[in-house]
Design a protein around this ligand. Sequence first.
Ligand SMILES: C[S@@+](CC[C@H](N)C(=O)[O-])C[C@H]1O[C@@H](n2cnc3c(N)ncnc32)[C@H](O)[C@@H]1O
Length: 211
Amino acid sequence: MDQSALEEYILSHIDEEGELLSTLYRDANVHLLRPRMISGHLQGRILKMFCRMLKPMRVLEIGTYTGYATLCMAEGLAEEALIHTIEINDEMEDFIQKYLSRSPDREKIRVYFGDAMEIIPTLEDLFDLVFIDADKRLYSDYYDLIFPKVRKGGLILADNTLWDGKVLEMPESADRQTKGILEFNEKVKNDGRVEKVILPLRDGLTMIWKK
Ligand SMILES: C[S@@+](CC[C@H](N)C(=O)[O-])C[C@H]1O[C@@H](n2cnc3c(N)ncnc32)[C@H](O)[C@@H]1O
């Protein structure tokens, strides 16, 4: 089966990402070093759909990068809802602001620059939806930190949990990022406080529902 033809077919049969996001995506591919980190068209529409379905009032994203996923989630949120997004690399500020400022959903978005490990404890909200998408070595730490801040019945999404298939490698030979993902996947698997499923979407997206 031709995977890229199938992907093209999917993208031509789902909602378009829209002019702002496609411009952001092209801009990132021309000017940024790691554009592959962006959620992209399919995952972006899925994130928006999660917001449409769950109607979260408070969302937390760990790892903003360009703001692509932030904008997708904001599109699916009610007018009064808020998304807090944290990015450690303040060199992304101009890029992020360039696109956020053009979005009709900009009022729903709060961007924080700094280490999520330091910023999360300062956030007072109780979250309905959390999207973990930052440093793979710290996934378990993010999880422990946010867990008390997720309401019962809330959803945690974690991106890249199949890590390019590297989760199948022997842990001894694995790099620290792979080890981080392996540790996170084991932690979630053994956590009786949640229901979980790994979607084999893109690089693996784990859905974790707090009981
Ligand atoms: C995969 S990208 C995020 C992509 C974005 N969520 C999307 O879907 O389009 C990961 C981002 O997390 C940021 N990051 C890494 N460690 C972080 C930390 N401890 N706190 C906040 N951001 C972090 C990186 O600088 C990078 O921009």
